[in-house]
Design a protein around this ligand. Structure first.
Ligand code: ATP
Ligand code: MG
Length: 600
């Protein structure tokens, strides 16, 4: 027996839509906060009860809603933010679907009171009577959401403990607050005030929310053009974490989870971060709105870039460049064990990239900031990579030419070696301690990489390897034949689901060709060809450099030690070894004074 086709009742349509967007209290919080931001609020007050399952009250001092539009505000497909397809394509507000309030109202008890500057008093509406009544209240909007999912028991069953729900809500609040430092926030739970973050700079907000560890180990970033710009702070490798739980990536101030950006970041950190360590990140990618589609996912957590590869290259090179400064050329961020904080800020040859103009906050694009367009920057950094490093062979002894004017060298001149592990050097600020193995490993690694960029040596396989792959994988490989050739792979198609590997890069000759090609396919799937080169090279190189590097306990002469210091200064990313540990630290004369309780 078949039922006739019928149009669904409005309430049910909203509940179905709510299923996609409102999965738990934190989603309500997110939607309400975004509405307050869109209404240009300067302060937002958030009060939750039992993790938001019992009550969520969000009050802002934004523009408010005219009473004539109040009923529409709770109606599905009603919005003040777009009115045409063109509007959608250039949308800069967080909301545009005209669905959030209606969805919330279909699964909870909602009361909304609001007042615009033109009103003598506030008005209130609730979703049981839909009647509009006068009420008390300042300019702005206050929304109260009670008993979430009271009418959808299946949903309600999925709610976790109020502590868990609260932590999800707090995460939604942190995301919004980090994207909008120009707005002040206060957060209450079960009647207790928990946080108050006053409006201020991004750096201040980062300190408030991300804490002391990030404060000490963040590198400012502000690069790009009117078309695309990357701004915020990236964590130094020395402050990495085991989990990727402190990575706040925004696209036009919208928190997103994006494969392209994530892959670019992972690749950029690959040289300085070991294995599965995760950096702390707070970054906004400002991109012209017509170059990104925000209407991909109901909760808007995903976006699609018109040119994903360009975005990948831009993010990758911007971050990589920021991470790569020769030792002593940028402010070191690692802290010596105990309380001695290295303080050679004075080295900074002022290539400081600290954000000059902030695009965090007001929804406007900033002017170009002394940074070449993405294409140039790629070329430039390639040239730097190829040109900046001399071609020493791996086993060549460290050069022993005596450098002059030691005092002007950032890492100073060597005075001794202790325990066969550390080089002691003196510079204008005091004492420099170098882990010679870690430092040499880094210098060699960068050299090897430069060599590899010149030409890839190929290893023809004695016995070609046949591999079963899917249709999709075959098409990925054949789309990227020339790239694969450049990398040193000779791969031909045998059948509809079979390929044959005839050669691989000689540097990777110890690796399993099948696994290698599978991981290549994986990379190709992830981002297209842009990120592949680096990930394929990395692993093998790192271990090779590690084994070739001077072993601990080898006695070095002073000229050899000085030669290593000079090489470190001219090597990109020499502040950390391949595993993200520091290669050197500075103890200033003041630090030494502290040892001896010597006042100055
Ligand atoms: N805090 C607020 N201050 C002022 N106006 C608001 C506020 N919250 C909602 N509105 C008004 O109500 C309308 C409906 O809000 P709702 O969140 O349902 O949709 P939206 O924000 O337009 O789109 P989306 O569904 O993508 O969030 C908004 O377009 C806006 O005009
Ligand atoms: Mg909205």
């Amino acid at each position: 027996m078949r039922n006739p086709i019928r149009t669904l009742p409005d309430q049910l349509i909203s509940q179905i839509a709510a299923g996609e967007v409102i999965e738990r209290p934190s989603a309500v919080v997110k939607e309400l906060l975004e509405n307050s931001i869109d209404a240009l609020a300067q302060t937002i007050d958030i009060r939750l009860e039992e993790g938001g399952t019992v009550r969520i009250v969000i009050a802002d001092d934004g523009q408010g809603i005219p009473s004539a539009e109040l009923q529409l505000a709770l109606t599905r497909h009603a919005t003040s933010k777009i009115f045409s397809l063109e509007d959608l394509e250039s949308v800069m507000t967080m909301g545009f679907r005209g669905e959030a309030l209606a969805s919330i109202a279909s699964v909870a008890k909602v009361s909304l009171s609001t007042r615009t500057v033109n009103d003598a008093h506030a008005f209130v509406i609730d979703n049981s009577s839909f009647e509009i009544k006068p009420s008390a209240g300042d300019v702005g909007t206050r929304i109260e959401v009670q008993d979430l999912f009271f009418n959808t028991p299946a949903r309600r069953k999925f709610l976790k403990s109020s502590a868990t729900e609260f932590s999800h809500c707090l995460e939604a609040i942190r995301r919004c607050a980090l994207a909008n430092p120009q707005v002040g926030f206060s957060v209450w739970h079960n009647g207790k005030p928990l946080y108050r973050w006053s409006a201020g700079s991004l750096e201040q907000r980062a300190d408030d929310i991300l804490g002391i560890e990030f404060h000490a180990a963040k590198l400012g970033l502000n690069v790009g053009s009117e078309l695309i710009q990357l701004e915020g702070f990236i964590g130094a490798p020395t402050a990495s974490r085991a989990r990727a739980d402190q990575q706040y990536i925004f696209v036009n101030h919208r928190f997103v989870k994006d494969k392209v950006i994530n892959h670019a970041i992972r690749s950029a950190y690959q040289d300085v971060l070991h294995g599965d360590r995760q950096p702390i990140l707070l970054l906004n990618l400002a991109i012209q709105p017509d170059l990104v589609d925000v209407n991909v996912h109901p909760s808007k957590i995903e976006v699609r870039f018109r040119d994903g590869r360009a975005v990948h290259q831009f993010v990758y090179h911007s971050i990589k460049e920021r991470l790569s400064h020769g030792a002593g050329q940028s402010q070191p961020t690692h802290t010596a064990p105990s309380e001695f904080v290295p303080s050679p800020q004075s080295f900074t040859s002022s290539n400081s990239v600290a954000a000059p103009q902030s695009s965090f906050g007001p929804r406007v694009f900033q002017q170009a900031i002394h940074f070449p367009k993405p294409d140039n920057s790629i070329k430039e950094s390639m040239q730097q990579l190829l040109g900046g490093i001399n071609n020493h062979s791996l086993h060549e002894p460290l050069s022993t030419s005596q450098p002059q004017e030691m005092d002007t060298y950032p890492l100073g001149h060597a005075i001794a070696q202790i325990a066969g592990i550390y080089i002691l050097a003196q510079n204008q600020f005091g004492l420099v301690l170098v882990d010679m193995h870690a430092a040499h490993e880094r210098v060699l690694y960068e050299k090897l990489k430069a060599d590899l960029d010149h030409q890839i040596a190929i290893q023809t396989l004695l016995v070609p390897v046949v591999l079963n792959v899917s249709h999709l994988e075959i098409s990925l490989l054949s789309d990227n034949q020339s790239l694969l050739k450049d990398l040193g792979f000779d791969i031909s198609m045998m059948g509809p689901e079979e390929i044959c590997i005839r050669s691989i890069p000689a540097l990777l000759n110890k690796a399993d060709p099948g696994l290698l090609v599978r991981s290549l396919i994986h990379d190709l799937e992830d981002v297209g060809s842009s990120g592949v080169v680096d990930s394929a090279k990395h692993e093998r190189l790192a271990s090779k450099a590690c084994h070739a590097a001077v072993r601990a306990h080898r006695i070095l002469t002073l000229p050899e030690m000085n030669a290593l210091l000079r090489q470190m200064e001219s090597t990109d990313r020499a502040d950390q070894c391949n595993h993200g540990r520091p290669t050197w630290i500075q103890l200033s004369v003041q630090d030494l004074d502290k040892f001896f309780l010597r006042g100055r």
